[in-house]
Write a protein that binds this ligand. Structure first.
Ligand code: MN
Length: 261
């Protein structure tokens, strides 16, 4: 009983982790969907929206105040700038200032050993920032892809395609040992080349990569503090925010890792 009380008391005294959330910059606004904010809160973290900037000092300063980081969804990455491919016709909107901000922010966070959860574009960012590449447009580039990865206008609260999750992976362990799930899907890009230090831990039935996580050291030209990194191509924050707790453990894991900072 005394041990339980002590554990409870230390839990109360522990610092509540601050979870940075990368902002979007469309329409001259600095904003994120409330679904990210709410999912972080539901997992016990304090959300802090980080405005788009290419100023290294600003990024360093804000990262000194956060314990964990969520990289959010959004537009397409500039393929020529980030992985040396000419843009194909199926490429969507590119927002150069957000590309630069996302890459700087995630590289700085990983170098400092801040735990990172990448969602959708934020998962693709892990490939872009650390030496991998993307499919610019799945429908025109991946012949065998028959799964509908853009479920709009179907609500994101509803999962539409299945994924297989690698047994024993961090993602599987976080989800209580599950090896499959049904996820929502709002993307036409996906990771093509997985960079050093990462491995694929979930795929759709057509082979499209649906989650990656740290498997070792990131390539030596990037700083690596060795902390938790998980990227998911789907949107667990929308499902969590809708009141379905199936993927809440993903956010709880981030908060738990952040609490050790
Ligand atoms: Mn998908």
């Amino acid at each position: 009983m005394a041990v339980l009380l002590l554990a409870a008391a230390s839990g109360l005294l522990a610092k509540t982790p601050v979870i940075g959330i990368s902002a979007y910059s469309e329409s001259g606004r600095c904003q994120v969907n409330m679904t990210y904010v709410n999912a972080v809160r539901m997992a016990g973290g304090v959300p802090l929206v980080i405005p788009v900037t290419d100023d290294d000092a600003q990024i360093e300063a804000v990262l000194s105040t956060v314990d964990g980081l969520v990289m959010t969804g959004g537009e397409d990455f500039d393929p020529l700038k980030w992985f040396g491919e000419e843009p194909i016709r199926g490429l969507g909107e590119v927002v150069p200032e957000r590309d630069a901000y996302d890459v700087k922010l995630v590289r700085a966070a990983v170098a400092k050993g801040i735990p990172v959860l990448g969602i959708c574009r934020g998962e693709q960012l892990l490939a872009v920032a650390f030496g991998g590449s993307l499919w610019q447009d799945i429908p025109s580039q991946v012949k065998d892809s028959y799964v509908k990865h853009r479920q709009s206008p179907t609500s994101g609260a509803w999962g539409t395609h299945s994924i297989a999750i690698e047994k024993g992976s961090l993602l599987s362990r976080v989800l209580n040992g599950r090896t499959s799930a049904v996820v929502n899907s709002f993307h036409h890009q996906a990771i093509k080349q997985v960079p050093q230090g990462f491995r694929v831990v979930a795929t759709a039935p057509d082979g499209i990569i649906e989650a990656v996580e740290r498997s070792g050291r990131i390539a030596s030209q990037y700083g690596d503090g060795g902390a938790f990194i998980l990227g998911v191509q789907f949107h667990p924050e929308i499902i969590t925010n809708a009141g379905n707790p199936e993927f809440l453990p993903i956010f709880q894991k981030l908060v738990e890792e952040a609490a050790r900072q």
